[in-house]
Design a protein around this ligand. Structure first.
Ligand code: DX5
Ligand code: ZN
Length: 246
């Protein structure tokens, strides 16, 4: 499996000093920042949009290579993922991770320049994200079968293949929820089929649950409350990394 990537979720940071929280977190040894975008439709909560991402981007050096330190991993919990690709690219998003469930259900009304297939077809959405120079991720909620990802990941057209799969280990919407170990078979199946794929887990990850996720084959670890609630965020980040790499 690829090396560990630790991506603290800034959802649990102090939003009153978000820029500093972001630069501090990179200073504590984080690889990426996981940026949770919620629209109040796809999930029952609202966070912030592209203008905030633009501002916090200036507090963190851009990654020097794909997936390098400082990557902004934008987790798009939004009903119209196609509509916001350009805005987030301009704001400094490096990895645009949309939800499969949103892509297939998005409406045709939103983006006049796109065909209806582009709006609802996850493969076309991945291509579009790539065409704007970003990496693409596809996320699945706990109730979604991992099988939907195989067809997308097995595409011979490499432009249409996502660079990361995100297996949610809680229902998206809120930080601080309980990790769902019953999601691990999804991770195991993905790891078996795609030895080199970046597989991200998000929700309830901590020193207590990391071994379960790492054993299943996850390498990109999101942690919100576990990092931002810790006495020493640097220690937690180091321990999560150690558990994945050992
Ligand atoms: C939940 C978000 C997560 C959240 C994780 O919808 O996608 O990224 O911040 O928070 P913890 O690590 O506290 O479960
Ligand atoms: Zn997230």
């Amino acid at each position: 499996a690829p090396a560990a990537v630790i991506a603290p979720s800034i959802l649990s940071a102090d939003f009153g000093s978000l820029g500093k929280e972001c630069s501090d977190t990179i200073g504590h040894g984080a690889d990426w920042l996981h940026v949770d975008i919620m629209d109040g439709h796809f999930v029952p909560n609202i966070t912030f949009g592209a203008p905030v991402v633009t501002k916090i981007r200036s507090h963190v050096d851009r990654p020097k290579e794909a997936f390098g330190k400082g990557t902004f991993d934008c987790h798009m919990m939004i009903a119209e993922p196609k509509k916001w690709v350009k805005e987030f690219q301009k704001a400094g998003c490096d990895l645009y991770c949309f939800h499969y469930e949103a892509a297939i259900n998005s409406t045709a009304a939103e983006s006049p320049e796109a065909t209806s297939d582009e709006k609802t077809n996850p493969k076309e959405l991945v291509k579009y994200i790539h065409s704007l120079g970003m990496r693409a991720g596809v996320a699945i909620k706990p109730g979604t079968s991992v099988d939907v990802l195989f067809d997308i990941l097995d595409n011979p057209d490499k432009d249409a293949v996502p660079d990361m799969a995100l297996v949610m280990t809680v229902e998206p919407g809120f930080g601080g929820q309980k990790f769902m170990p019953e999601m691990m078979p999804k991770v195991q199946e993905l790891r078996k089929r795609y030895p080199e794929l970046n597989i991200e887990v998000d929700g309830g990850l901590s020193e207590k649950t990391i071994d379960t996720a790492a054993d299943a084959g996850a390498n990109v670890i999101v942690a919100g409350s576990a990092v931002f609630g810790a006495q020493s965020p640097a220690d937690v980040i180091a321990k999560l990394r150690e558990a994945v790499n050992s």
